[in-house]
Write a protein that binds this ligand. Structure first.
Ligand code: ZN
Length: 238
């Protein structure tokens, strides 16, 4: 049924289209990922101004016709996140966060917790761009895995359930593994195991920091989980 849809959204991508239009990839709380076209947005006197750019959090009115793309009919800025655009690190972290959401949550299935997690991450990078480190980005990815129902098992061996001698991680098994179940596992240090537990349990603002070696192992664990269970390979965190 054609009609209007009022929704909050974060702009994940904004692509030039034709003479003056833009195609937007949006993430919304109750419609998941949505594609929309904004007409005339690149004209000097567009009523949308510059607010249909990546990382903007918006209140939108979209017209839903029969086509695949909805049409933006009104847009109010809720947050422009200007500070995160000032530095390379925060900008990169925001781009990676949007890319991860776009690739892991491609459908129109509602997932409000993903929307709120992305808003939280963008607000955090805007409030304190110095947080844009690998610890923050890996914590964000772990929480996305949780929202996707793919959080790795961290309290017992993902293969046999043993709670002792946890020494490895296997993306195929879906979590930490004991020393007897190490066929497809790589060695995971105790500190890296602790990092995964803490990053998953704490709020994003409390994301733990860790040494280079620990972060590398944690990134590998997250990356292998994504590859095995979501068939998604994300860019390395910077
Ligand atoms: Zn085991």
């Amino acid at each position: 049924m054609p009609g209007s849809l009022k929704t909050e959204a974060v702009v994940l991508r904004s692509i030039r289209y034709g003479e003056a239009d833009r195609v937007l990839h949006l993430y919304t709380p109750y419609r998941g990922r949505v594609g929309a076209i904004a007409k005339g947005v690149r004209k000097a006197r567009s009523r949308f101004g510059g607010r249909l750019e990546p990382f903007f959090r918006l209140d939108l009115v979209l017209y839903e016709g029969r086509g695949e793309l909805l049409t933006v009919t009104a847009a109010q800025t809720l947050s422009a996140h200007p500070r995160l655009r000032e530095g390379r690190a925060a900008l990169d972290a925001a781009a990676r966060a949007c890319d991860a959401v776009a690739r892991l949550f491609e459908t129109g299935d509602p997932n409000p917790s993903v929307f709120h997690l992305l808003c939280h991450e963008l607000a955090l990078l805007d409030a304190d761009p110095a947080r844009a480190g690998r610890g923050n980005q890996l914590a964000f990815r772990l929480k996305l895995l949780l929202a996707a129902g793919l959080a790795p098992h961290l309290d017992a061996c993902a293969s046999c359930g043993d709670r002792d001698h946890l020494a490895g991680f296997s993306g195929a098994a879906g979590g930490v593994t004991c020393s007897a179940c190490e066929a497809s596992a790589f060695a995971l240090d105790e500190e890296a195991h602790r990092f995964l537990v803490d990053a998953l349990g704490a709020s994003l603002t409390q994301a733990p920091t860790a040494s280079e070696r620990v972060l590398r192992q944690a990134e590998r664990a997250i990356g292998e989980t994504l590859e095995h269970h979501a068939h998604v390979r994300l860019r390395r965190v910077a």
